[in-house]
Each structure stands twice: as structure tokens, then as C-alpha cells.
Write a protein that binds this ligand. Sequence first.
Ligand code: UDP
Ligand code: MG
Length: 205
Amino acid sequence: MSSSRRIAPFLSIVIPVYNEEENLRPLWNELKKILRKINGRWEVIFVDDGSEDRSSSILEKISRSEQRVRVLRFMRNFGQTAAMAAGIDHALGDVIVSMDADCQNDPADIPRLVSRMEEGYDLVSGWRRRRRDPLSKRIPSVVANWLISLLTGVKLHDYGCTLKAYRRNILKNVHLYGEMHRFIPVFASWAGARISEEVVNHRPR
Ligand code: UDP
Ligand code: MG
């Protein structure tokens, strides 16, 4: 039968959080709306990276209101990469989407990344073509993107965009440390993953 209803893959959304008390509610409200439209199973994993503000109690409340939300909590601040690695380790989905908690990434882009994955890619990386950050962030990042492309032979415009979708099995052998989350596409590509890029929305902090 050709017209079978398409069911999206089981999706895990991994979100590192460090002192984001003012952003978590708005983020969760946006995310909820988008997830309602996804025809399939999903979970959201917030990784509280030792926040000192009210983030942890806000996350607690969100997870009590929705059982598909899980919260992991570090006793101290380990940094974004460690937080992402922990979230990825706990993710159950076939497809993992990582994003920032500061509302700069737009949850409305998630379905598009996921449908690109359904075309057969192993990693779809967000490209903040209109990046809404100060020049002091954009300039080093242009240099870094150019250098990484040159040195690794993996051509992406925007390694630093946290909004990415990965097939879980390509992450199994990638061990993350330092600031390495930006290099996942490089290791994945070396391991034979099919990689694509998708323009995503970016909003000022
Ligand atoms: N973050 C984290 N641990 C840290 C610093 C940041 O988990 O030590 C989280 C932060 O809450 C956000 C994401 O990682 O969700 C990206 O952080 P930030 O926006 O500061 O980085 P940038 O967007 O400037 O790369
Ligand atoms: Mg940010």
C-alpha cells in the first residue's frame, strides 16, 4: 500500500541547561506546541549542568507535568559538552535532536530536521545563516568554521550550532569531552555517516 501513514521515528530531544531560569518556561511552551504535532513517540531530556538559579526547581515542575520529560542533574557545573554527552547517553530515541535552552534555537525547526533524517541522513546540522549574535561571537566563529572545514575535509557552514539531529547509532562510538560537541559531524563523517545541513532560525539572546 503506497499511502501508509508516515510515523516519525522515536525522537529524543536533549537540552543542556545552565542557569536558564528565565528561558525554561518559554522554551517548554514552544516545544510542547511543536511536539504535539509530531506523529510519533518522543521524550525530552533536560540536563541541568549544576545550575545555581531556579532552573532545577522549574525543570522539576515541568517534568512532573509531563512524564515524557526527564531531568538529569549534575552536582556541579561540568560544561555544555559534558551535559550533552550525559543526555545522549540516556536518550532512548532512534533520532536525537540537541538544542540550547536559551531560546536562540527555534523548536519550530525540529520537524524539518527530523524529516531530513527520514530521507536517510545520519546527521542533519543546523546552519544559522542569519545568526543573531554580536560580532564578537560571529567573527571567531567564521574563522573556526573555515578552519575546521579546511582541516577535516567535512564541509559545513556552522559547526557551532547546537541544533542538530543525529541517528543514535552514529553517536555510540563518539566519546565527548572538552568543547567537542561542535566536532560530532567531523567524527561522524569520518565514520561514514551521511551528513546534511539545514538552514535554521536563530534569535537574539
Ligand atoms: N550550558 C551548559 N553548561 C555550561 C554553559 C552552558 O549546559 O557550562 C548550556 C546553556 O544553558 C545553553 C547551552 O549550553 O543551553 C549553550 O550555552 P550558551 O548559550 O551560553 O553558549 P553559546 O550559545 O554562546 O555557544
Ligand atoms: Mg546561546
